[in-house]
Design a protein around this ligand. Structure first.
Ligand code: S3P
Length: 204
C-alpha cells in the first residue's frame, strides 16, 4: 500500500515535470518511465502474463532470455553447458543494457536477473518494476513441465527450487515496486492487476 501511495505521488511529480521540461528531456523521460519490467522466480509467469499485459496495453513485448537466445544462436541450456553461468550472467546484463531505449514496452526478465548487483538499479531505471510470485509448490509444478532451465537439472530439483527461492526472495523484494501473487490468478486476471498498478504509477 505504501508503495502504491508513494508511486502515485511520484507519478504526479513526473506529470508536472513533463509539462515544464524542454523537448530534449521529454524523450529521455518517456523512455525511462513507460515500461513495465517483470521480475520473479522461474515459473512465476513473467513471459506468459507479460504477453497479456503487452497485448492489452498495445505495448511491445520483450523477453531478455529470448534476446540472448536470438543474439547467441542457441538455447539457454546450451549456453550454460558450453560457457557456464557466469558467462550467461554477462550476456543477461548486456541484454538488459540494450533495453535502455525501450518505451511502451513490457520487459520479461530471467529469474536470476536480480543476482548481479549492477542489474538492480538498471531494472529500476528501465521502468516500473513488478514482481510476480507464486507459492513454491505451484512454482515447482510449473517448472517441472519442461527441462529448459539448466539450473534445475539437479538430482533433487524440488530442494533446488526451495534453496534458490529462499535465497532470491529478498532480492526480488528489494527491487520490486509492486508485487502480484499469481498462485490463484489466471494470466488475464494477473495482467489486469499489473495494468491497474501501472495506471497508478504512470498517472494514466
Ligand atoms: C534463470 C531463469 C531462466 C533463465 C535461465 C536462468 C534463473 O529464465 O534466464 O535459465 O537463474 O532463474 P526464466 O525465469 O524465464 O525461467
Amino acid at each position: 500500500m505504501r508503495n502504491r501511495r508513494q508511486s502515485a505521488v511520484s507519478a504526479c511529480a513526473r506529470r508536472s515535470l513533463l509539462l515544464t521540461a524542454p523537448a530534449h528531456c521529454l524523450l529521455t523521460m518517456s523512455a525511462t518511465h513507460t515500461n513495465i519490467i517483470l521480475i520473479g522466480f522461474m515459473g512465476s509467469g513473467k513471459s506468459s502474463i507479460g504477453k497479456h499485459v503487452a497485448q492489452m496495453l498495445r505495448f511491445q513485448f520483450v523477453d531478455t532470455d529470448a534476446l540472448i537466445v536470438e543474439r547467441n544462436g542457441m538455447p539457454i541450456a546450451q549456453l550454460f553447458a558450453l560457457h557456464g553461468e557466469d558467462h550467461f550472467r554477462g550476456l543477461e546484463t548486456n541484454a538488459l543494457e540494450s533495453c535502455r531505449e525501450l518505451t511502451r514496452s513490457v520487459l520479461a526478465t530471467g529469474g536470476g536477473v536480480v543476482l548481479r548487483e549492477k542489474n538492480r538499479p538498471l531494472l529500476r531505471e528501465l521502468g516500473f518494476v513488478v514482481q510476480l510470485t507464486a507459492s513454491e509448490d505451484v512454482i515447482y509444478e510449473r517448472v517441472s513441465r519442461n527441462r529448459k532451465r539448466p539450473l534445475l537439472h539437479t538430482t533433487n530439483p524440488r530442494a533446488t527450487v526451495h534453496e534458490m527461492f529462499t535465497a532470491r526472495q529478498p532480492l526480488y523484494d528489494a527491487v520490486a515496486q509492486f508485487t502480484v501473487n499469481t498462485t490463484q490468478l489466471d494470466h488475464r486476471a494477473a495482467a489486469e492487476v499489473i495494468i491497474e498498478a501501472a495506471r497508478v504509477e504512470f498517472g494514466w
